[in-house]
Ligand binder design. Structure first.
Ligand code: DGY
Length: 440
């Protein structure tokens, strides 16, 4: 295990650009929002101060509305499509930051969890380091609150505890079956500006990349939605009434519940403002998550545009393990679901960690991105959620399986559940970071 820790630290160092880690070499040569949060969670085990750098770099690119962008582009022109020229956020929207080039979308709000863990890790650090950590969290606090206020005000304008997203990328689970139905209604118009995919080249065309990534048809929809956002100049009030993709992401909502609770404890501990407000958001979104659950306690997304419930057999169904609040009977049912042959108990799994889509679902594909492969940070979230829900035994079993899977030392972006073949980019910063935390 010490060897694996060293390998994970080494992998992260290779992606380190000083005050940020690129998400992965070649494929994601910039900073991604929820990747950065996981990187900070892992780095907290090595250096609390370096972990804070990561969050500070990300929040330095925050928009005036409080939006934390899903991509912060690094200086230079590392190829990524859509790059800054396609987003043109600064040119179109006065709320975009002037100092950094960013995307105009969000990703799930894991950041508050990272702040809590950095503060926890600082407990065993020398006094001077702990003082610096506290000072820097204090300085970051208004930005953290602004981020949570943005999500509560702009992404849940009706106050129902439903987190509205404008693009599958905002869920972080781009091509998950969760979004198949809403994407069927996204049809690129005549004004569609052609683009060239960079992702397939970045992965190497000989490496089976096309079978591991979203399809061309999906990519055209992804790019078209950016054009729609550009048309409304990234204005939230226009976006939420006009975009052809508007869904409530139950998994991100559950993460938001947990992040609010974690930050509220930080506020209490450091005497910072906003604890009651954060708890209020947590309660509101927990209610929103639980309102979607079925008799198994399994949660669903909502298509806000079509007014339909999106029931899919994906990992997002386990959202209540993160939000908490299930009654004991349904929590037991959800745990039984997780360990059943539909999920971790499937007999053909190489490692008993949850695939992103149930192997028994018709949409399941063992290698295609979010349609089946196991993703280390999602495994981490479920372990953490189980621990928060008091399910220590189940958490431990998945933790051990996750460590065994990561022991290949490659820190791949995702893994084939049946063979555990490493897929996608590598080393992916967040996979290495998750290993660091799980091994600590
Ligand atoms: C990608 O480029 O595939 C990312 O997931 C989008 O944020």
């Amino acid at each position: 295990r010490p060897q694996l820790v060293a390998r994970a630290a080494y992998a992260l160092r290779g992606n380190d650009q000083g005050r940020l880690h690129v998400a992965a070499p070649n494929l994601y040569p910039h900073m991604w929002s929820w990747d950065a949060a996981f990187v900070a969670i892992g780095l907290a085990r090595l250096s609390t101060l370096r972990a804070l750098d990561e969050l500070e770099t990300l929040f330095a690119a925050q928009w005036r509305t409080g939006l934390v962008p899903h991509i912060v582009f690094t200086d230079g022109d590392a190829p990524y499509e859509p790059g800054p020229k396609r987003w043109t956020c600064r040119e179109l929207c006065a709320d975009a930051p002037s100092g950094a080039s960013t995307s105009g979308l969000i990703q799930p709000p894991v950041h508050g969890v990272a702040v809590r863990r950095i503060l926890d890790a600082a407990r065993s650090a020398p006094a001077a380091e702990r003082r610096e950590v506290v000072e820097r969290i204090r300085a970051l606090w208004p930005s953290l609150l602004a981020w949570h206020r943005y999500l509560a005000a702009y992404r849940d304008a009706d106050g129902l505890g439903q987190l509205m997203i404008y693009h599958g990328w905002e869920s972080g689970m781009d091509n998950s079956p969760r979004w198949d139905a809403p994407y069927a209604a996204v049809l690129p118009g005549a004004e569609f500006v052609p683009f060239r995919r960079a992702d397939l080249n970045a992965l190497g065309l000989t490496g089976g990349a096309p079978s591991q990534r979203p399809t061309d048809a999906e990519y055209a929809k992804y790019q078209w939605l950016i054009q729609e956002l550009r048309q409304v100049r990234y204005d939230d009030s226009r976006a939420r009434d006009s975009l052809s993709f508007r869904v409530a992401d139950v998994f991100a909502a559950a993460i938001f519940v947990a992040a609010n609770e974690e930050l509220a404890t930080v506020a209490d501990e450091l005497g910072l403002p906003g604890a009651d407000e954060l708890i209020g958001y947590a309660d509101r979104f927990r209610h929103g998550v639980l309102a979607t659950t079925d008799e198994r306690g399994f949660a669903a997304d909502l298509d806000l545009r079509a007014g339909t419930v999106l029931r899919t057999e994906t990992i997002a169904g386990f959202a209540p393990l993160l939000s908490g609040g299930l009654d004991p009977a349904r929590q037991a049912a959800l745990l039984a679901e997780l360990t059943s042959p539909r999920w971790c108990g499937h007999p053909a799994l190489q490692y008993a960690v949850p695939p992103t889509t149930s192997p028994l679902a018709v949409e399941f594909d063992p290698v295609r991105y979010w349609r089946g492969p196991q993703w280390p940070p999602m495994t981490w979230l479920l372990i953490w959620g189980l621990e928060r829900s008091g399910e220590q035994e189940a958490a431990l079993a998945i933790r051990e399986a996750a460590i065994d899977q990561l022991a290949d030392g490659l820190f791949a972006e995702y893994y084939d559940p049946f063979t555990s073949a490493p897929l996608g980019a590598r080393p992916q910063s967040w996979s290495a970071a998750v290993a660091l935390d799980l091994l600590a």
